[in-house]
Design a protein. Structure first.
Length: 332
C-alpha cells in the first residue's frame, strides 16, 4: 500500500510538473519575439558597422553613342495609405497569405493575391501621374518594440514587432549605357533578390543593397549600424533585359535578366527601362532590425527582395522610353 501511495504521488508530481512546464513554455511562446522567441531576431553576424564596410563605387560604363542616359522618377508617395498584406501577386497569384510575411506597397491601391490584369487596370493608384503599376517589398521591423496595429501581427511565422514606416520611397526608371531601351509590355511581372538566400546554396540571386544615407558608397548585404541621425537605406534594382516574348517567366526570372557589368544584355534579350526602388527609414543608432521573411530564413538581410507589375498604359510607357532615350530627366 505504501508503494502504491508513493507511485501515485510520483504520477501527480509528474502531471503537475508537466503542466507547469507546458504553462511556462506556452507563456514564453505567447510572449512572442519581444521575449526571445527562437528565430525572432537576426543573428549578431547579420549586422555591420557602416564604417567597417569598404567603399565601393558602382561601375558605370561610359555612355556610348546609342545610350539611353535619361531618368524618370514616378512619384507614388511612401505608402501613406497603409497598404499592407501577406500576398504575393507575382510569385503566388490566387493564394491569399501566400507570402507568409508582410509586404508594403506603393502604386496600385488594390493589389492583393486575387488581382488580375483587368482589376489592376481599373484601380486607383497612389502615383501622382496615374501609373497603376504595383511596387512592393517585405516590411522592415523593430523586433524590440511591440506591434499595436492589426497588420503588424497578421503575418505570423515569427514575423512580429513594430513595422517601420518608410521615410521616403523613390521609384525611378533608368536607361542603358550602351543602347536605347524598348517599352516594357503591359502587365510584365518582375522580381529582384532572393527570398531564400539564407538557406540557398549560393548567392547568385542575392541583390540586397543596404546602407546609410550619409555614405551611399558603402553598400552591404548586412543590416548597417548607422551614425545617429542617418537613415537606413535599401535599394532594390530590378533586371532590365527582356526576352521579348513573355510577361511571366519560369521561376519568375527566365523572362527578365540582368545586364552584364558593361551594360550589355544577354543574347536573345532586349534592354527595357531599369526599375530602381530606393527606401529609407529612421532608425535609432544601435536599434535591432528584422526584415520579414520565411521562418527558416531567420530575417536574414540577404533575403531582401522586391516585386513589381507594370500596369502603365502604352502612352505612359512610351513617355518613359522617350525620356530615357532622349537623355532627359523627367517626373511622372
Amino acid at each position: 500500500m505504501g508503494k502504491e501511495r508513493r507511485l501515485l504521488a510520483l504520477v501527480i508530481c509528474l502531471v503537475l510538473g508537466g503542466g507547469l512546464l507546458a504553462a511556462v513554455l506556452g507563456a514564453s511562446r505567447a510572449a512572442g519575439p519581444h521575449h526571445g522567441a527562437a528565430g525572432s531576431r537576426p543573428a549578431p553576424s547579420d549586422y555591420v558597422d557602416i564604417a567597417d564596410v569598404p567603399r565601393k563605387t558602382e561601375p558605370i560604363p561610359a555612355p556610348g553613342a546609342d545610350s539611353s542616359a535619361g531618368s524618370v522618377v514616378v512619384e507614388c508617395g511612401r505608402n501613406e495609405e497603409g497598404h499592407y498584406n501577406e500576398d504575393n501577386l507575382v510569385v503566388s497569384p490566387g493564394l491569399p497569405a501566400g507570402a507568409h510575411h508582410t509586404h508594403a506597397y506603393v502604386g496600385n491601391l488594390s493589389t492583393d493575391a486575387m488581382s488580375t490584369d483587368a482589376s489592376l487596370a481599373a484601380a486607383a493608384t497612389s502615383c501622382r501621374g496615374g501609373d497603376r503599376s504595383t511596387y512592393y517589398w517585405p516590411v522592415l521591423r523593430r523586433p524590440d518594440l511591440p506591434g499595436t496595429r492589426p497588420h503588424e501581427s497578421s503575418a505570423g511565422h515569427g514575423n512580429a514587432g513594430r513595422i517601420l514606416p518608410e521615410s521616403s520611397v523613390r521609384v525611378e526608371f533608368r536607361g542603358s549605357p550602351v543602347s536605347k531601351v524598348v517599352a516594357m509590355p503591359r502587365f510584365l511581372r518582375g522580381m529582384t533578390g532572393d527570398a531564400v538566400a539564407h538557406t540557398a546554396a549560393g548567392d547568385a540571386d542575392v541583390r540586397a543593397r543596404w546602407g546609410c544615407s550619409s555614405t551611399p558608397d558603402r553598400p552591404t548585404t548586412r543590416y548597417p549600424r548607422c551614425p545617429q541621425g542617418d537613415l537606413v537605406t535599401r535599394t532594390l534594382v530590378f533586371p532590365s533585359c527582356w526576352n521579348g516574348l513573355d510577361t511571366i517567366g519560369e521561376g519568375h526570372r527566365s523572362h527578365l535578366k540582368f545586364p552584364a557589368g558593361n551594360g550589355v544584355c544577354p543574347r536573345g534579350t532586349f534592354p527595357v527601362p531599369e526599375l530602381r526602388v530606393s527606401l529609407s527609414y529612421e532608425v535609432p543608432a544601435g536599434a535591432p532590425l528584422a526584415l520579414d521573411s520565411f521562418p527558416e530564413q531567420r530575417h536574414s538581410p540577404k533575403t531582401d527582395h522586391g516585386m513589381f507589375v507594370n500596369a502603365m498604359t502604352d502612352r505612359q510607357m512610351a513617355e518613359v522610353v522617350a525620356c530615357l532615350n532622349e537623355g532627359r530627366d523627367c517626373r511622372m
